[in-house]
Structures are given as structure tokens and as C-alpha cells.
Design a protein around this ligand. Sequence first.
Ligand SMILES: C[S@@+](CC[C@H](N)C(=O)[O-])C[C@H]1O[C@@H](n2cnc3c(N)ncnc32)[C@H](O)[C@@H]1O
Length: 405
Amino acid sequence: MIEHDIAKVVSERYARAAATGEQMCCSTGYNFDDLKAFIPQEVLNISYGCGTPVGLETVRIGETVLDIGSGGGIDCFEASRRVGPTGRVIGIDMTDTMLAIARRNAPVVAANLGHATPTVEFRKGMAEAMPVEDGSVDLIISNCVINLASDKRKVFREMYRVLRPGGRFTISDIVSDQPVPNYLRHDTEKWGNCLSGALQVGEYVGGMVDAGFRGIHQMNVMPWQKIDGIHFLSVTLTGYKFPQRVPIAWSPAMGGEPNGVRFATLLGPFSVATDELGQTYRRGRPQPVTAHTAQLLSALPFQRLFLLSESPVALEPSDARWLAVLPEQAPCVWKGDYAIFTGPFAEVEDDDHHAFRRGSPLEICSKTLKVLESDLYRPHFAMINRAAGEISGSQVVCSPSGGCC
Ligand SMILES: C[S@@+](CC[C@H](N)C(=O)[O-])C[C@H]1O[C@@H](n2cnc3c(N)ncnc32)[C@H](O)[C@@H]1O
């Protein structure tokens, strides 16, 4: 399919859905009872997202939020509640029927929220060429849209352009565990249903890194659908646009406090980690860092994983700050489980020298599965099982020291 064909097919698909109020799968995680209090039912009926824009929890009063592919406006209206009357929300969408519904409900929502005038504006436009000024947005959100775009890299570059330095995004979208084959990519129905246009996790995040985003990490992940052995996942990702130069007068609102930081010590749970700037850290060993790296490591979720200091601080395993999860000393079984590392690093190792590259599924045994399901590791991985429970694996005796195969 060529670019304009994709946009036409997708737009017709969603115009039809909006006009009929068609119910499309699946759950977003939104609390509709809460939203019902100020968002009209007509909007809630055409909520076609695939996640909850968790980023909205980080929104501050008065911020400017941009929603890419705003549809009937559900996420924009929730954002308008959170930014308050001094904030601003811009929704862009290419489909007239969606825009008409969103626009006619904007004054209703404003009145329900007690705002004198609507703070939400809906603009017609493409995600690949957004009608938004450079550097004007604090937070970008998007809910199940970028998978539908024909050129995702263009969308990521546009996101980077419109965000202000120090801005961030939180987007929910569909990704796959392996490349989507041509017979599915040319299935217009499945493209419109947020499947055929999905990118592999690694390609998706790689496009964001190439656009300039850093610190990309997972806020949430859930299974979506499985077709012909391909796992489609709904993932919610956050990432940052950092200022090109670290300002002398740094403020917490800019995303951290790099002043005075000269060294970073990895606390764990990874034994080794390489960041998106190519720097490698070994747990417990202080590593000299530049102002740029200090800026990156001051942001969430890095700040929970590092000790940042002015002079070098080495840690021993006995230190209470040392983070590690070791496999239990028991035989393991291979059951078809795969772990997909989602960030915030480019590459990490666990304590058994399993090397996880962001976005690349790695087959893991039952012992490693247990390690990765622990609280310290879980936020960084998506898990899939490719055996669908049909494996009758036999036990493998791992190393006598208790390490894992
Ligand atoms: C699956 S719906 C999601 C709508 C909304 N985010 C929600 O959660 O209900 C996808 C929306 O994105 C819009 N869309 C898809 N591709 C687009 C593109 N390339 N540029 C602009 N809008 C697009 C569609 O018109 C549709 O309204």
C-alpha cells in the first residue's frame, strides 16, 4: 500500500466508526465512571485507544498538551481537566467526522469543568506533518494512532520538532514481537484495526532515538492480540527531549538537577547497562559522566537506578543500596517464554550474563522468568510465550553455583 492509500483507508475506517458509534476492541484501562462526570457519552462511545495515557498523571497545571490522533477527544478532555483553566490542549486528527464530534463537545466539557472558555482546540492535520509550531508543547500524548501512520519515523521527527526542550511524551500504541509479514501488511482491514501497521518494539524505539528522544522507557505493557504466531502488544512509552546544551541555571521543571554531578554509580538490578549515548555502567562502580549524561540520569526512571555524586562512590554487594535479584537454586525448564527488554537502556545484562538488547526477544528459562517477574525487573520487560502452553519441556540442571543456563 502506498502512503496516501493508507491514510485514506484509515480515515474512512474511523469516519465510519465515529458515524455509527461502532464498538471496537479493546479495553484502555480508563475509569469511565469517573470520565462520565464531565465527558459526554457521545465521546466515550468512540474511545478507540489501546492504553491509558499514564503521562497525564505527570501533567502540571498550566501546561500545553498535544494529542496526536485525538479522535472523539477523550484524552484531550481528560488532559484539559488536569492542566486546568490556565493550560492548553491541542488535538490533531485527519478525520472530519472525528473532528466534528470532538469540536461540538469541547464547549460542553469546558462548562462541566467550570472553565470560562474551552481550553481544548481541535485542528485538522496529519501526524506526519503536524499543524503545530516548533518547540511549543510541554507534553505529547497519543493513544493507538502512530501504528496507523504510514511513515512512523516522520511522526517521531515531528514530535521532536513541536516539543519544547525539556518536554516529554507518553504514548500508548501497538507494537509486535517480530516483523509483520507482507500478507498482513497489505490487509487493509487489519491495518485499520491497529495491527498490520505495527512495528517491532526495537524498530519503534529505534525510530524515536534516531529522532532525538532519550530515556525512552515503558510505563505499561499488556497483551493485545495474537495472529498467526505474531504477538501484538499494547505498550505505553515515555521519553524526553533534552535541551541541546545543559543550561547554567537549571530548574527541576526542566527534568533533573545535573549541576555538580560528576559520577554515576549503577545500583542495579542489572549487572551491566549501556545507555542510549553509548556509555556502559557496571553495578557498584563509579563512572565519570558528562553534563549531558548527568541530565539524562537525573530523569525518571534512571534516578531510581543510579547514585549521582560529585566524587566517585563505589558500592559493595553488602551495601543496602545495591540492587540485585538472583535466581533460586533449583533446576529450570524451558517453556517457550521470551523476554523483550524495553528500556530505558540500549542494552543490559542480568546476574547470569543474559544480554538483553532493547526490542529483541530473548528466550528465557523458568528461573530467569521468575527473576524478570520480580518488582525490580518487571518495569523494564514485556513477556511473551511463543509455545502457547504446548511445550513439555524437561528440566535442565543449571550451574552448581545456582546460576542459570
Ligand atoms: C484508533 S483511533 C484513536 C482515537 C483516540 N486517540 C482515542 O483514544 O479514542 C485513531 C485516530 O487517529 C486518527 N489518525 C490515524 N492516522 C492518522 C494520521 N496519520 N494523522 C492524523 N490522524 C490520524 C484517526 O482519524 C482516528 O481518529
